[in-house]
Design a protein around this ligand. Structure first.
Ligand SMILES: Cc1cc2nc3c(=O)[nH]c(=O)nc-3n(C[C@H](O)[C@H](O)[C@H](O)COP(=O)(O)OP(=O)(O)OC[C@H]3O[C@@H](n4cnc5c(N)ncnc54)[C@H](O)[C@@H]3O)c2cc1C
Length: 461
């Protein structure tokens, strides 16, 4: 790309590309530490998958900006909590994404945040911290300084309503969720879409991790649905699906077989329909999932034709599913689509090769690092039969090879794909990684060094 003619629209100490949980927290923390910060975001609010993508699962605060977010969402009335009292029949129900494995009737508590309300709050938080935000800005490239093994990014090139512009920075943070900056800067990465390892039962559950598009239906009378499931002994709606198929009322590829193993997408992910979580914006409103079928194996992050196909096909499947639910499923007669996520999220995008690549062996062997960014975390990796591991992540996972002024966050961190579930990509952790990257960026600016020379010395969380 000839960049000589591209006007420089802004300059900042820290330029963050993508304002998902990682980029958002990075921008906020860097600004609060005194750096001047610009954020580039292609949609109209921060939050990424969790706002634009409608994935509004509200977790217990894990400290720092994540806790602040949860408290603020709650204070401003953006969190909706539901228990077995409001939603009897939800625990143990195969239509539930999260509670279906609980014994039927058991207590549960599920909180969700309203994605648009949450995005508004996050947007305000960035403004309050003095972060300059460029919404509707597509990051497309970088300009580089230097030659040889280590280079530096000089500018992020974006396309906005004003045309092509350059945003100049001293330090850049990749918050794109798919390592866009790494790829454009020519830093090394492994392509996403790897198959998950076989489960401990070795029963062939290995699958590539699909992307997903979330959508919302309102006007659902779930008590009627549950009563139908009980009365007709049809928990998975298999009878209704069978009837619809006999009527040729649904496309064959909508209902994919359930995976009944202990691996990723086994016990946790079920087929369609999956009426997810709690009602997200009040009674009768539910999130639904549309996962890209495994067999399509689309790489939406690096193949334009794949991305286009995913958009086209996801809309087709959502349309077909909504029609099926309204026509065949008791409780959905008055239901209607109120929202479709702004994009089909990529769960397993590029994996940058950092100065350290966190692997499943680091978790298995519970390795400790002198540059650990947090105290040991104890979590499960779903593919490994829900066993808990205590592990640490080193600061070097935030540093891509070959570029000395770029920091990684969120789903763009340097880790192998086997570690994605559930640890290396969930909302709380991605927010923490953002805060860590934002802090490291501001400290590096203060010390006048690139983030690669910054010595991380004590866990932040
Ligand atoms: C369908 C789906 C369901 C999920 N479900 C859960 C769940 O239940 N619980 C959980 O904890 N996690 C879940 N995740 C994982 C989690 O959402 C992600 O790992 C997390 O959001 C990653 O955070 P991030 O900040 O790295 O990236 P993202 O949230 O992906 O945000 C990236 C941001 O960068 C912007 N961006 C990307 N490219 C550009 C560009 N070229 N120019 C400008 N802006 C750009 C995007 O618009 C977006 O706002 C799910 C993910 C998907 C895809």
């Amino acid at each position: 790309m000839n960049t000589a003619q591209i006007p420089v629209a802004m300059e900042a100490d820290v330029v963050v590309i993508g304002a998902g949980p990682g980029g958002f927290a990075a921008a906020l923390r860097a600004a609060r530490e005194g750096a001047s910060v610009v954020v580039i975001e292609k949609y109209d609010m921060p939050g990424g998958v969790h706002t634009s993508g409608l994935q509004g699962a509200a977790n217990k605060g894990v400290g720092g900006i994540h806790s602040e977010l949860m408290e603020r969402f709650d204070r401003e009335g953006a969190i909706y909590t539901v228990t077995e009292k409001e939603l009897p029949g939800w625990a143990g129900n195969p239509l539930s994404h999260y509670e279906w494995y609980l014994p039927p009737g058991s207590p549960f508590r599920r909180s969700s945040f309203n994605p648009d309300a949450a995005g508004n709050i996050m947007s305000r938080m960035l403004e309050e911290a003095g972060v300059r935000t460029c919404y509707g800005a597509d990051f497309v490239d970088v300009t580089l300084d230097g030659r040889g093994a280590e280079r530096s990014i000089r500018e992020a090139i974006v396309e906005t309503a004003s045309g092509r512009q350059a945003i100049r920075g001293r330090i850049f943070i990749d918050g794109s969720g798919t390592s866009e900056v790494v790829a454009r800067a020519g830093a090394p990465f492994v392509r996403g879409g790897g198959r998950q390892p076989e489960t401990v039962r070795q029963d062939g559950c290995s699958r590539p991790i699909p992307g997903g598009l979330l959508w919302i239906m309102s006007g659902i009378d779930f008590a009627r649905t549950w009563s139908y499931q009980e009365r007709e002994n049809d928990a998975t709606l298999a009878k209704l699906i069978g009837r619809a198929r006999a009527d040729a009322a649904i496309p064959d590829d909508l209902y994919r077989p359930r995976l009944e193993c202990d691996g990723v997408y086994g016990r946790q992910y079920i087929g369609h329909p999956t009426v997810d979580m709690s009602p997200i914006q009040g009674p009768g409103t539910f999130i639904l999932w549309q996962n890209v079928p495994y067999e399509w194996n689309l790489h939406m992050d690096d193949d334009g034709e794949h991305a286009s196909r995913a958009m086209r096909e996801m809309r087709r499947l959502i349309d077909a599913e909504a029609k099926f639910l309204v026509r065949y499923v008791p409780g959905f007669e008055e239901a209607f689509i109120t929202h479709v996520g702004r994009y089909t999220g990529v769960r397993d995008g590029r994996h940058p090769i950092g100065e350290y690549v966190f692997s499943i062996d680091d978790a298995r062997e519970e390795r400790r690092f002198s540059d650990a960014v947090t105290n040991p975390m104890t979590k499960t990796f779903f593919w490994d039969a829900y066993r808990k591991y205590s592990f640490e992540v080193p600061y070097r996972c935030f540093l891509p090879k070959t570029i000395d002024n770029l920091l990684l966050t969120g789903a763009s961190l340097s880790f192998t794909f086997e570690t994605i579930f559930m640890v290396m990509r969930n909302f709380p952790w991605c927010t923490q990684t953002g805060e860590i990257a934002g802090f490291a960026a501001a400290e590096s600016i203060r010390q006048g060094i690139p983030p690669k020379d910054y010595r991380w010395s004590a866990p932040m969380f």
